[in-house]
Write a protein that binds this ligand. Structure first.
Ligand SMILES: Nc1nc2c(ncn2[C@@H]2O[C@H](COP(=O)(O)OP(=O)(O)OP(=O)(O)O)[C@@H](O)[C@H]2O)c(=O)[nH]1
Ligand SMILES: [Mg+2]
Length: 290
C-alpha cells in the first residue's frame, strides 16, 4: 500500500504519542501498510505456552513491575483464547497502571483468523512501529495450541515458555519443538499440587542440553518467584538462540507466502486431479512468484 497523506498523518500522530493513532496504525499494518519509520532498537519477549497456563496473569505481573519502574510496556496478544482472562485482565491492569503511572501500558489483541498465512508478515513491522513510538518493553503473547502459534513467538528476541503443573502441557511443547526455542521456562501456579514435580521433570529432561533454558517455579497470583524470574529475563542474552529463532521466522514467512500465493488454489486443483506432480507444483509456485 502506498503511503498517502492520511496515513502519514496517522504515523506522525502515533509517533507523537497518540494511542488512538497507534491503534489505527497497527490496523493499517494488518492490512498490508508498510510505514516509513526510522528504525529503532527494540526489546521484545515472546510469551507462549498452552491455553490457560497463566501467560496473561504472568504478563500482568511484568506490566506492574516494569511500569512502576518507568518502562513503557506494549503487549500484542495473539488470539487470546479467553477474552476474559486475556484481554480483560490486561485491560484492568492497563487502567490500573494508567491511573498511577501515566500511559505506560498499551495492549492490542490480534486475530490470526483473518490471515491465512498467520501474522508473520506483520509482526516485525508492528514491533518496529511500537519501538519507534517509544514502547521499550514489547511482549508478544501467543497461545501454543499448534506449531505455527508457537512459531510467532520467535519474532521476539527472547522466548518464555509458560506451563502449568500439568505434565501433559510440557509434552505438547516438546512435540512442537518449542522447548529448544525457549530461553526461560516457567512453571506457573506453584500454589497448586504437582507444580514442583512438573518443574523437576522439566529440569531433568533438559539435563542433556548443552545450554539448557533456566526453569522457574512461580505463582502469578501471589508473586512468588516473580522477581527472580524478571531478573533472569533482564539478564537473558538474546544471541544464544538467535539461529533457531531465525529458522522459525523463515519457516513462518515461507508458510505465509505459500498460503497467500495467488496461484495456490489453481495449483492444488492440478495436484488433486493428478495433472501435475508435487515437484511440478512447487515449480509452478516458485516460478509464478511476483
Ligand atoms: N492457582 C493459580 N491459578 C492461576 C495462577 N496464574 C493464573 N491462574 C489462573 O489460571 C487461569 C488462566 O490464566 P491466564 O493468565 O488467563 O492464562 P493464559 O495462559 O493467558 O490463558 P489463555 O490466554 O487463555 O491461553 C485463570 O483462571 C487464572 O486466574 C497461579 O499462579 N495460581
Ligand atoms: Mg492469555
Amino acid at each position: 500500500m502506498e503511503m498517502g497523506v492520511k496515513e502519514q498523518d496517522i504515523v506522525d500522530s502515533a509517533l507523537q504519542g497518540s494511542r488512538r493513532d497507534l491503534s489505527r496504525l497497527l490496523t493499517l499494518i494488518e492490512s498490508g501498510f508498510e510505514p516509513n519509520l526510522s528504525l529503532q532498537e527494540s526489546w521484545t519477549i515472546g510469551v507462549t505456552g498452552p491455553p490457560g497456563a497463566g501467560k496473561s496473569s504472568l504478563i500482568g505481573n511484568f506490566v506492574d513491575y516494569w511500569s512502576s519502574r518507568g518502562d513503557k510496556v506494549a503487549v500484542l496478544a495473539v488470539d487470546p483464547s479467553s477474552p476474559k482472562s486475556g484481554g480483560a485482565l490486561l485491560g484492568d491492569r492497563m487502567r490500573m497502571a494508567s491511573a498511577d503511572s501515566g500511559d505506560s501500558v498499551f495492549v492490542r489483541s490480534l486475530a490470526t483468523r483473518n490471515h491465512p498465512g498467520g501474522l508473520s508478515a506483520y509482526i516485525s513491522t508492528m514491533i518496529d512501529c511500537l519501538a519507534a513510538c517509544g514502547w521499550n518493553r514489547i511482549v508478544i503473547e501467543t497461545v501454543g495450541s499448534g506449531q505455527s502459534d508457537y512459531r510467532i513467538a520467535a519474532f521476539a528476541d527472547r522466548i518464555l515458555l509458560v506451563d502449568g503443573p500439568d505434565r501433559g502441557d510440557i509434552v505438547q511443547a516438546e512435540k512442537a519443538g518449542i522447548i529448544e526455542l525457549a530461553d526461560i521456562i516457567v512453571v506457573n501456579k506453584s500454589d497448586l499440587e504437582g507444580s514442583e514435580q512438573a518443574a523437576e521433570a522439566i529440569t531433568s529432561s533438559l539435563s542433556m542440553d548443552t545450554s539448557p533454558p533456566s526453569v522457574h517455579l512461580v505463582c502469578s497470583h501471589d508473586g512468588t518467584g516473580i522477581e527472580e524470574l524478571i531478573h533472569d529475563i533482564e539478564n537473558c542474552v538474546p544471541e544464544s538462540r538467535s539461529g533457531l529463532r531465525a529458522r522459525e521466522r523463515l519457516i513462518s514467512a515461507w508458510d505465509s507466502r505459500l498460503l497467500n500465493h495467488p496461484e495456490l488454489i489453481r495449483v492444488i486443483e492440478l495436484l488433486e486431479t493428478g495433472r501435475i506432480t508435487l515437484e511440478d507444483a512447487i515449480r509452478e509456485i516458485t516460478l509464478s512468484e511476483g
